[in-house]
Design a protein around this ligand. Structure first.
Ligand SMILES: Cc1cc2nc3c(=O)[nH]c(=O)nc-3n(C[C@H](O)[C@H](O)[C@H](O)COP(=O)(O)O)c2cc1C
Length: 331
């Protein structure tokens, strides 16, 4: 397996990359995943129309810091004119890649004709990419799709061909239909079919949460890169595990103490990067704290307590209590 792949002129280590996740994979989250080995990250989705109307929150989402590179800014929309203009604006933030969201299943996005609704009209998928490419200059444009809209419309291959013909530099495929949302299991055969149908790099996505499932994604689909979303919840270590495996190194999973230290580091980063006061920023941190505690004795109760955290000091005390509980159980 080659060590790197190129998306346009952007060189990416062929390990695993972080999926875009609105409301989850913000800057603090991306930096934590990069620290543990994510080879590439994508912003939370940004409305193409919103950026054209210079929505301030939208602009914040487009900011790319040097420590996050290589990083894509992801846009969603269904009107090629807005896509073209939005890319022009986004270029000011110097993203390494521009990605177009054609997979979001949420009604708020789909009802506007964007996200996975674009897959109902594969030709439009091509037009959106073409519009983005027109403005993007040397910056590569990619698209992220699902396997299709529903079981009666599995059209990832057709959509990916339109996307390739329009000048995209890569395509990411989440092996679920829109109808499935995040339920069931991802269909790796669809990803393999896309890989066999196009010559641009294909990024395989869906249900990867370990080195084993990552290798399985590479082997079963022949994809060029593997993308991880929910498998990184409270678990940036998944990238370390994959890197170790691919480098033929021994891997020791994090101890509970390490997990709690990394959880606290993640919370400090959220507080440092948030413009909000500590109490409000802690609201952002709560779900992350809860995820780091998953899978242990009593974690349901502790997760409930995470959702009441209002300060860093409380988080520190909760982490200590959690470690004490596990120790008392001999875990
Ligand atoms: C909370 C959440 C937010 C998401 N936001 C986005 C998004 O902004 N853009 C996008 O293309 N996909 C988004 N996704 C989909 C993920 O990128 C990914 O395709 C999906 O979770 C499947 O991968 P996984 O099984 O590794 O989680 C989101 C998923 C979740 C769970």
């Amino acid at each position: 397996m080659a060590d790197y792949i190129n998306i346009g002129s952007v060189k990416i280590k062929r390990t695993a990359v972080l999926a875009p996740m609105a409301g989850v994979a913000d800057r603090a989250y991306r930096l934590m995943c990069i620290k543990y080995g994510a080879a590439y990250v994508v912003s939370e989705m940004v409305s193409a129309k919103g950026i054209c109307y210079s929505d301030r929150k939208t602009a914040e989402l487009c900011t790319v810091t040097d420590s996050e590179r290589p990083m894509a800014v992801q846009l969603f929309g269904n009107e090629p004119e807005f896509m073209e203009k939005a890319v022009d604006i986004v270029l000011e933030y110097k993203p390494d890649i521009i990605d177009i969201n054609m997979g979001c299943p949420v009604p708020k996005v789909v009802n506007t004709g964007a996200g996975s609704a674009v897959m109902k009209n594969p030709k439009l998928a091509g037009e959106l990419v073409a519009a983005a490419v027109k403005s993007a200059g040397n910056v590569p444009v990619t698209a992220k799709i699902r396997s299709g809209w529903d079981n009666n419309c599995i059209n990832a291959v057709e959509t990916a061909k339109y996307i390739e013909d329009a000048g995209a530099a890569a395509v990411a495929v989440h092996g679920r239909t829109r109808e499935q949302f995040y339920g069931g299991t991802a269909d790796l055969n669809v990803i393999k079919a896309v890989k066999n149908a196009v010559s641009i790099p294909v990024i395989g996505n869906g249900d990867v949460n370990s080195a084993q499932s990552c290798i399985n994604m590479y082997n079963q689909t022949g994809c060029d890169l593997v993308m991880i979303g929910r498998g990184s919840y409270g678990n940036p270590f998944v990238f370390r595990e994959i890197n170790a495996y691919l480098n033929g190194e021994n891997y020791s999973p994090p101890t509970l103490e390490e997990k709690m230290q990394v959880m606290l580091e993640h919370i400090r980063l959220i507080l440092e990067l948030s413009p909000k006061n500590e109490e409000l920023a802690m609201h952002e941190a709560r779900k992350h704290a809860a995820w780091y505690m998953n899978g242990y004795y009593g974690s349901a109760k502790f997760r409930g307590r995470c959702y009441q955290l209002d300060s860093y000091d409380e988080a520190e005390r909760l982490a200590e209590e959690f470690v004490d509980l596990q120790r008392s159980r001999g875990n």
